[in-house]
Write a protein that binds this ligand. Structure first.
Ligand code: AMP
Length: 145
């Protein structure tokens, strides 16, 4: 069952944390990393992950790392709202394949929601790299602001 089992250190987010796979990084501290989703469900779709927790999901993670994760998720949600001015923002977290989880390293989704625009299908359409680079630059600038 995907809700249970051993943590796979070769999952794509673990590779990103180790610098073995690329990402459009927005934010990093000692404990948490945030980057753009490669298959965004809306403009600005961002992922926030713990760096020091080998946790598949919310059942596995220790409270300290979970608190650090949610604090950064809140900060990034504010930055996305300030920069992109969506009418809504969705914060989501999936546990186990039947719940929609596809990468088994715990993460928070921050998905800006724009009035009149539906949400893209989960983990399906790859974004244009130029668009992601430009968006990354905007958001990093706003984070520094
Ligand atoms: P979940 O389905 O909740 O496990 O979410 C995994 C998310 O990771 C999906 O929204 C995917 O689009 C996204 N994703 C998968 N691979 C990458 C990657 N290499 N870089 C950035 N986002 C990714």
């Amino acid at each position: 069952m995907s809700l249970h089992g051993n943590y796979d250190p070769q999952n794509i987010f673990a590779q990103i944390i180790r610098g073995e796979a690329p990402c459009y990084k927005l934010y990093e501290d000692d404990d948490v990393l945030a980057f753009l989703d490669l298959f965004p469900q809306s403009f600005g779709h961002t992922l926030v992950i713990p760096k020091r927790a080998a946790a598949r999901n919310i059942l596995d993670i220790d409270a300290d790392n979970l608190c650090k994760l949610i604090r950064v998720a809140q900060h990034l949600a504010q930055v996305l709202v300030d920069e992109l001015q969506p009418e809504g923002v969705q914060v989501a977290q999936f546990n186990g394949a039947p719940a929609g989880q596809t990468v088994f390293h715990i993460h928070m989704h921050i998905i800006p929601r724009f009035a009149g625009q539906g949400m893209g299908v989960h983990a399906t359409s790859k974004a244009d790299p130029t668009e992601l680079e430009q968006l990354q630059a905007r958001l990093v600038q706003r984070l520094r602001g």
